[in-house]
Each structure stands twice: as C-alpha cells, then as structure tokens.
Design a protein around this ligand. Sequence first.
Ligand SMILES: CC(C)(COP(=O)(O)OP(=O)(O)OC[C@H]1O[C@@H](n2cnc3c(N)ncnc32)[C@H](O)[C@@H]1OP(=O)(O)O)[C@@H](O)C(=O)NCCC(=O)NCCS
Length: 193
Amino acid sequence: MSLLALEEPSVGRIDSYRALVREFLVRGERPVPFVLDWPNADAAAFVERCAASARGEGLPEGFVPHSTFWIVEDRREVIGVSNLRHRLTDSLRVEGGHIGYGVRPSARRRGVASELLRQTLARAHALGITEALVTCASTNEASIRTILRNGGRFQDETYVEARGEAVQRYWVPAAATPSSLLPPSSPAPPASP
Ligand SMILES: CC(C)(COP(=O)(O)OP(=O)(O)OC[C@H]1O[C@@H](n2cnc3c(N)ncnc32)[C@H](O)[C@@H]1OP(=O)(O)O)[C@@H](O)C(=O)NCCC(=O)NCCS
C-alpha cells in the first residue's frame, strides 16, 4: 500500500502539481477545486497565495479564509488537491460547502479521493468544524460515493441555476483522529493462528 500524506503546497513539489493540473486540462475537465485555476508559473507566488488565503489575507469580496492541501503519494507525486473553507457563507451553503477536492485523472479509482477527504476532514476538525458540508452534482457518482464512504449524511438536492444542474448536499462528520479507511487493494490483516 502506498503512503498518502496531506501536505500544504510547497515549492519543492510544484512540478508534480503542475503535471496534475495539466492532466485535468488535457482531458478537457473542469479543474476542481477552483485553486487549480490559479497561475502557478511563479511557484513561490503560488505557494504564498495559498498561505495568505488560509490566513484570510487578500481574499476577493465574499470569500472566507480557505486552506489548500495536496495529497502526496510516497513522498513524491501530488495526486490530489483539496480546498477547505474555514466557515460557510450563504452561497457556500447552497453550493461549494466546506470542502472541494479533485484527483489527478491517472490516479483515480484506487481510493485516493476517499483518503483525501478523510484527511481534510481531520484538518476541518482542527478548525472547530465537527460536521462538514460537502456538495456535489447529483450525476457525480464517484464524488457521492467518496462522501458516503466518509460517513456523509444526505441532506437534500436542489437545482442550482448558475450550474445548470442539480446539486446534492451532505453533512460529513469530522473527527480529530479519523478511523482508517483502507483502499480496496489493501491486504487483509493476517488471520490469527
Ligand atoms: C470524484 C473524484 C474526486 C473521485 O476520485 P477517486 O480517487 O477516483 O475516488 P475513489 O477511488 O476514492 O473512489 C470513491 C468511490 O467512488 C467510486 N468511483 C470512482 N470513480 C467512479 C466512477 N467514475 N464511476 C462510479 N463510481 C466511481 C469508487 O468505486 C468508490 O466507491 P466505493 O467506495 O463504494 O468503492 C475524481 O473522479 C475527480 O477528481 N473528479 C473531478 C473533480 C470532481 O468531480 N470533484 C468532486 C467535486 S464535488
């Protein structure tokens, strides 16, 4: 099983992060979370923008402080990104919620999103959030399953005019030391003799 560690953005891993962003673009996918759209040619400026946003500095009107995390495999590749909003606004309550996440297309379907959300929920708990609102398009089966796998409780589904689609809302428990969610490929513990 590979090691998946949640890290703050860093200049040292910027090339791997850039490759992740490129994969979204090459496949014509909308980059998620939204910070994937931020310019990253100047690595130090990008990392500082992430850090400033977490401190609540330089935010656009209507934005709340938000933290960006990278999930790094085996201390090498950035294979997923999450964005944690420190509190909700009226707009985030409808769509966006506390946490957004995306996984590099070539790293999908092996439990990365489930682990990324799990570790981001622990960061949310550290901010005093005990239940995180997570929203997703009603057609996004992979995201719905990621939420459910983390104990998400369905709240409702509403049509969001701006997106032109129905969005589901879930409340997901955030714990300080979340129970382990082993990827499906993990070996079973040895049977007792
Ligand atoms: C949604 C996304 C994050 C899932 O990432 P992932 O690493 O492939 O997800 P996981 O491997 O952890 O799988 C989570 C669950 O979804 C299921 N799943 C994954 N991809 C799927 C797909 N294309 N269709 C149906 N189910 C899928 C898995 O089988 C798993 O279900 P299980 O726990 O019941 O076995 C990824 O597809 C992505 O980045 N999409 C674009 C951005 C996005 O939609 N983000 C979410 C915004 S709300």
